[in-house]
Design a protein around this ligand. Structure first.
Ligand code: 2HA
Ligand code: ZN
Length: 261
């Protein structure tokens, strides 16, 4: 019914949303996914809008003619996984660049975090045009770490998480940014996230969750999986009664040079 590219995107959404649920990162309707599918516009450009245009809340000047697959508000990742198009919608940005309309397959209203998702895609379109996926989820140990104020200072968590195992620096070489607590779904959260994305591909939302961006959804997920592994190692050492030593600066610098990070 679709083409190989769109089918592959649906396959990724199905696989990764299942992991989010199985990892315990997606309680109830927690988390959301958006995918820039403008490359598949020909599949949807003849479709009439379902319902009336809805306001984005701000302008997205870089997204003229853009299409997105976005998980629906209130939809559960465990069901997204089983049936993506019963739990996500294809939307298109209206010519005025401040509204969107739903075009397929069902009139499913997008995630409450749509402001953050669209602000991020608008930014990526210029800054990292090969990046198509935005993933927001609630990883337990990473969120727990944001409850320690000392970890919220710039690059403190990056350094701790990098130092747990060599892979983390190798596969998440930019580290992660932090946004202090802001109301979920707000434009203020979108703006604060954009500020951090200038430097990082992963941004932690204090006491809430994490956002990752990547060329595809697998790449975005893999960074979170790797960072989360480090957070679990940190937690595991603490639960054994000691604060983990972490790799030394010399060991981390050696890694940086060896892998050209
Ligand atoms: O979709 O995770 O941040 C529910 C949320 C809001
Ligand atoms: Zn959330």
């Amino acid at each position: 019914m679709y083409n190989d590219i769109f089918n592959d995107i649906l396959e990724q959404v199905s696989e990764i949303s299942g992991h989010l649920w199985n990892y315990g990162w997606a309680e109830r309707n927690g988390g959301n996914i958006s995918y820039n599918i403008t490359g598949c516009a020909s599949l949807f450009c003849e479709r009439p809008a379902l319902g009336t245009p809805r306001p984005i809340g701000f302008k997205v000047p870089e997204l003229a003619g853009a299409y997105f697959l976005v998980t629906g508000t209130g939809k559960r990742m465990r069901y997204v996984s089983k049936s993506p198009l019963d739990n996500a919608a294809v939307i298109r940005i209206c010519p005025d660049l401040e509204h969107y309309e739903i075009v397929a397959e069902k009139e499913i209203f997008p995630s409450s975090e749509l402001p953050s998702h669209l602000a991020i895609h608008n930014f990526l379109q210029v800054d990292r045009p090969s990046y198509k996926a935005v993933l927001h989820t609630h990883p337990i140990e990473l969120i727990a770490m944001t409850h320690n104020r000392a970890f919220l200072e710039k690059d403190v968590l990056t350094k701790i998480l990098w130092s747990m195992i060599p892979e983390t620096r190798a596969f998440c070489p930019k580290g992660l940014g932090v946004v202090r607590y802001v109301l979920p779904g707000s434009v203020a959260l979108a703006e604060a996230t954009l500020e951090q994305l200038k430097e990082y591909d992963v941004v932690l939302w204090e006491k809430h969750g994490v956002v990752a961006v990547g060329e595809d959804l697998v790449e975005a997920f893999d960074m979170l999986d790797t960072l989360s592994k480090s957070a679990k190692i940190y937690e595991s050492a603490c639960s054994m009664g000691f604060v983990p030593e972490g790799m030394s600066d010399a060991q981390m610098n050696e890694l940086k040079e060896a892998f050209n990070l």
